[in-house]
Ligand binder design. Structure first.
Ligand code: SAH
Ligand code: SF4
Ligand code: F3S
Length: 435
């Protein structure tokens, strides 16, 4: 099984793995040995499509040698090409939209494995047991779909309308996860902080109230959520960060562009000023809070002056990090049909300037951690030096450090250095012993 895309897909894949294990499947060592080759796909940018197609072609070649191999394709790409998937890719046996994990089970246990099938989403699959990648880290999908109409984005057409899950169901799921060893939970939704608006009045709970209820669950030490929309970033949520012990000091607040004219054509429904006003509120109430963002460069019609607006905003805010993307036209989106698409070279040149600035500011911001002792949740060995450990602070900074411990342990680390991406240090006891 190979997963592309966002945390929603990672979470869906964990549920697919749980479901497959309950049907008696075990993971194959290599793709060439698998009876079932499964992809969970993403279609957010063209590059995502291209990467996936290369994998799919490899699977097709394996199937030519072993015709009994079953090829399954789930997720957003599958949803977006559902009318043509079997025509264009005749070797695909089963395709299904996001969250249609239970339909995959039906297909795999049916007599007609040789007949092709496509399955749409119609309900939520959250009650399926997940095979978590890390025992101490859990996902909680609070809503599916998105009611926004951002003109560049394919997600509303692949994930459908927004539907919030019942709060009692969510709390029950979190309790189960906590009893099973989860101490850090990440709430997932395309527009996570609009949670609850679509619930019937007698069941309605606001996003900040949901955070409060999860904070009260015994065993949950860290709560994260992604992604909130700036238009729904209300003061009660910002205040919750100051008040709830488990809610982490990190907010990911997607900007997309610093130009109000571009934001308008993107249909983001906020202006540069309103975004900066949200940032001011966060800085005022939570001065130490980590702040990260998503930015798109080269949206159709973006002028040099528009782009400079993005640069000045990034300089003013000083993010702790940012995901930066070249605008990529997506099928059936409004922006793909706009004239004055920005030439590729211009996009690339702008991206380079932006990345340089983001890194400079992130590196400045990170210096505030040097000399402090921070709580770190251990994830495993460091990727660059297996003799060291790797973990994350509550601010969502990766730390590589000297120390002892197991994945899932919380330890104190003395921070001795910081770059734009990572912190470095030593566990307090080690530092004490050495000193
Ligand atoms: N629902 C979330 C995440 C959406 S996808 C949100 O609104 O923040 C994650 C990011 O991908 C977006 O924030 C955006 O920056 C980027 N993205 C989406 N569509 C894109 C496109 N067509 N081209 C380039 N980047 C895109
Ligand atoms: Fe896409 Fe906008 Fe919805 Fe995010 S909020 S998923 S960018 S339409
Ligand atoms: Fe990709 Fe779908 Fe997530 S398009 S980013 S997998 S919502």
């Amino acid at each position: 099984m190979t997963t592309f895309g966002c945390q929603m897909n990672e979470h869906d894949s964990e549920r697919m793995k749980g479901m497959l294990e309950s049907l008696g499947y075990v993971p194959a060592e290599r793709r060439a040995e698998a009876d079932l080759i499964l992809f969970n796909t993403c279609s957010i940018r063209e590059r995502a499509d291209d990467r996936f197609i290369a994998h799919l072609q490899e699977a097709a070649a394996l199937k030519r040698r072993a015709p009994d191999t079953v090829i399954g394709v789930g997720g957003c790409w599958a949803q977006s090409v559902k009318h043509e998937v079997f025509e264009r890719f005749p070797y695909v046996d089963v395709a299904f939209g996001p969250g249609q994990v239970h339909k995959l089970a039906e297909f795999l246990t049916s007599e007609s494995l040789s007949a092709q099938g496509f399955f749409e989403f119609e309900s939520f699959t959250g009650d399926l047991p997940a095979r978590r990648a890390r025992r101490h880290q859990g996902w909680l999908q609070v809503s599916v779909g998105c009611n926004c109409v951002c003109s560049y984005c394919i997600v509303p057409s692949t994930r459908g309308r927004e539907v919030s899950r019942d709060p009692d169901t969510l709390i029950a799921e979190i309790r189960r996860q906590a009893a099973d060893g989860v101490s850090e939970v990440t709430l997932l939704g395309q527009n996570v902080n609009s949670y609850g608006r679509d619930l019937p009045a007698d069941r309605r709970v606001s996003f900040s109230e949901l955070l409060r209820r999860i904070d009260a669950v015994e065993g949950i030490r860290r709560i994260r959520y992604t992604s909130p929309h700036p238009k729904d970033m209300r003061e009660d949520v910002i205040r919750a960060h100051a008040e709830l012990p488990a809610l982490c000091e990190h907010i990911h607040l997607p900007l997309q562009s610093g130009s109000s004219a571009v934001l308008k054509r993107m249909r983001r429904t906020y202006t540069r000023e309103r975004y900066l006003d949200r940032v001011a509120l966060i800085r005022e109430q939570l001065p130490d809070c980590g702040l990260t963002t998503d930015i798109i460069v080269g949206f159709p019609g973006e002028t040099e002056a528009d782009f400079e607006q993005t640069l000045t905003l990034v300089d003013e805010v000083g993010y702790d990090g940012a995901f930066t993307f070249l605008y990529s036209p997506r099928r059936d989106t409004e922006a793909a049909a706009l004239e004055d698409q920005v030439p590729h070279e211009v996009k690339v040149e702008r991206l380079e300037r932006l990345v340089g600035l983001v890194q400079r500011r992130a590196s400045d911001r990170a210096q505030r951690f040097v000399g402090r002792s921070l709580e770190v949740l251990i994830e495993g060995p460091s990727r660059t030096d297996p003799a060291r450990l790797r973990g994350r602070t509550r601010h969502n900074k990766v730390v590589n450090f000297d120390g002892l411990g197991e994945p899932g342990d919380y330890v104190q680390v003395e921070i001795s250095g910081a770059t734009s991406q990572t912190l470095t240090g030593a566990m307090s006891l080690v530092a004490a012993a050495a000193g």
